[in-house]
Design a protein around this ligand. Structure first.
Ligand code: FAD
Ligand code: NAP
Length: 507
């Protein structure tokens, strides 16, 4: 992120897009853009970028881009889809850049295999005819390829009783668990996503008949069998499961799937500090979703007519002090600890939500793997401000489920004492569990502060980041403002820690 000039915030951009000013330079018309034409618009003062087949004139947006003009220029005059997906595929550019739309790329014709050919190939002799979902649509070549790939490894089936519909997915994954299965069933639309490393398999169907809101998910972890159980609204016999929707029966990279959102209800909002609140959101009844440790979700709100999306990392409602058994997520609530910025576009809107209001919450994302902790003896957590949020579940996971850990230390950087999140809970945890230690460091302390002070630095880190034994296996996790994280990583490397020993939480 780069500092933006005054008057160049997201809100200012939204205002400009609503001003009626011609932002494409085409006076309202849309054109078909050839590759040759696109490549000519490659200068700051005349910059077009193609994202997923649509071409935008991003020149007016240059000064508003949070990543800076140079980042945007990397895709000038070209297809920037891959670059966009790498950096912020969660940003709704269609909404943000709608007034900059120049037109569509002129596409070269590609012949896609016909669905009926695909269906014949996929299902021949395998699923009984009554279970085959008819489709009249063409499928793209990549979907075709991955469907075939899926077919080699996965299969699904369904059956019914008088009152239930059961969809069974055989994943052939030995370590299947609840975090890897995301189900949403609303208004006859069923979407079941199974995560398999960086790919996912999707069942997405417009159901034949209505079902009640309750959905159950059973997982046979050892054999990798997943059952999605729906309750029929009327006890009638279904002839088919339903009509396939766009992503049905595909096995593709997770990053190639659009983010899926469901509406959650705000059930409570409690103060954590003077500017930070704990928001409790309730998932709809037809949703099965557990956010894995170290992952975040995206919240989406319409602000002044534009869809705005920001990432947040779910926490626990409190830090459990009794580590007898691993706390289970209740599968119903998502807790978010969010700092409300006085000039923050998204957090101000969030703070104005009333209890009972809805907000859209995405599927989880993030590249943290629990296995990184499971093999460590020392876990060191460096947090700056709300960079504490990923540490909450991580701390809990480490202290309850990782038996080889000898030392867990949180080094928590804040501006003032009043900014420290869950200070009491952390101090109590340190008293309760001798493996855990917490160190608070303030960058702008009052004169009464007797603890450590300073900003993240090589000398502070060399004082607090140490292995419990000379050859201990260590994992250092870091999260906070981007410059804090970047500097922290550099200092850690200077102190001799390797890249594999450091995990940074970023978007
Ligand atoms: P903006 O409108 O973007 O900014 C307005 C002003 O607020 C800025 O000028 C600046 O003064 C201040 N400000 C805004 N953002 C920041 C910032 N990031 N750092 C310092 N000052 C800032 N935040 C949480 O509170 N809880 C979380 O659990 C959480 N999880 C995150 C997970 C990920 C992966 C990432 C990348 C970020 C996370 N954030 C979290 C930050 C969050 O996504 C937003 O950036 C933040 O809520 C500010 O949004 P805004 O629209 O209100 O502010
Ligand atoms: P803050 O209160 O502004 O700062 C927390 C601490 O970090 C303070 O001690 C502060 O010191 C220090 N700090 C801030 N900027 C710094 C810099 N440039 N160099 C060195 N130290 C710096 O933080 P916040 O407002 O809570 O923001 C938290 C950040 O964490 C946000 O940027 C958010 O996006 C990020 N976050 C990321 C994730 C993720 O998963 N990636 C999750 C949650 C939060 P001084 O300001 O006094 O210098």
């Amino acid at each position: 992120q780069v500092p933006l000039k005054p008057g160049r915030s997201l809100m200012d951009w939204i205002r400009l897009t609503r001003s009626g000013k011609d932002l494409t330079g085409l006076k309202g018309g849309l054109i078909e853009v050839t590759e040759d034409e696109l490549s000519k618009h490659n200068k700051k003062e005349d910059c077009w970028i193609c994202i997923r087949g649509f071409v935008y004139n991003v020149t007016p947006y240059m000064e508003y881009h949070p990543g800076g003009e140079d980042e945007l220029m990397k895709a000038a005059g070209t297809d920037g889809t891959d670059l966009f997906d790498q950096v912020h595929r969660w940003v709704n550019y269609e909404s943000m850049l709608k007034e900059c739309l120049v037109g569509r790329m002129a596409v070269k014709a590609i012949t896609a295999p016909k669905a009926n050919v695909l269906m014949t190939l996929l299902f021949a002799g395998v699923l009984p005819e009554k279970k085959v979902l008819a489709s009249s649509r063409d499928l793209s070549p990549s979907i075709y390829f991955f469907s075939l790939l899926y077919f080699l490894f996965y299969s699904f089936d369904w059956f019914q009783t008088e009152s239930l519909i059961t969809i069974v997915i055989y994943t052939k994954q030995k370590d299947m668990n609840a975090e890897l299965v995301i189900v949403d069933c609303q208004d006859k639309q069923l979407r079941g996503e199974i995560i398999i490393d960086d790919h996912s398999y999707l069942v997405e169907v417009d159901l034949d008949h209505a079902v009640s809101e309750d959905v159950a998910v059973n997982i046979a972890e050892q054999v990798g069998k997943v059952e999605i159980i729906l309750n029929k609204k009327d006890n009638i016999h279904w002839k088919t499961l339903g009509q396939p929707l766009e992503g049905h029966n595909t096995f593709i990279k997770r990053t190639d799937r659009g983010l899926f959102y469901r509406k959650c209800k705000l059930v409570s909002k409690t103060e954590v500090t003077h500017d930070t609140k704990l928001f409790c959101l309730m998932l709809p009844k037809g949703t099965h979703l557990c956010v894995p440790t170290g992952q975040h979700v995206y919240l989406k709100q319409i602000i002044a007519g534009t869809e705005v999306v920001k990432p947040y990392t779910p926490v626990l409602p409190f830090l459990p002090l009794d580590f007898q058994e691993p706390p289970r997520q209740d599968g119903v609530h998502i807790y978010l600890m969010i700092k409300i910025y006085s000039h923050g576009l998204f957090t101000q809107a969030l703070d104005h939500l009333q209890i009972g209001d809805n907000i859209s919450v995405s599927n989880p994302e993030g590249n943290f793997k629990k296995s990184q902790v499971q093999t460590s003896e020392d876990l060191l957590l460096l947090a700056g401000g709300t960079g504490f949020t990923p540490m909450v579940k991580l701390l809990n996971f480490a202290l309850t489920e990782v038996s080889c850990l000898r030392m867990v230390k949180l080094i928590f950087f804040n501006k003032t004492e009043d900014d420290i999140l869950w200070r009491n809970q952390l101090e109590q945890l340190a008293l309760k569990d001798e493996r855990f230690e917490v160190q608070f460091i303030l960058s702008q302390p009052s004169k009464d502060w007797v603890g450590k002070q300073g900003k993240i630095s090589s000398s502070l880190l060399s004082e607090f980041v140490k292995r419990s034994r000379r050859d201990s296996k260590v994992l250092i996790c870091i999260c906070g403002p981007a410059p804090f994280t970047e500097q922290g990583i550099q200092y850690l490397k200077d102190l001799g820690y390797s890249q594999e020993e450091i995990h940074a939480f970023t978007a």
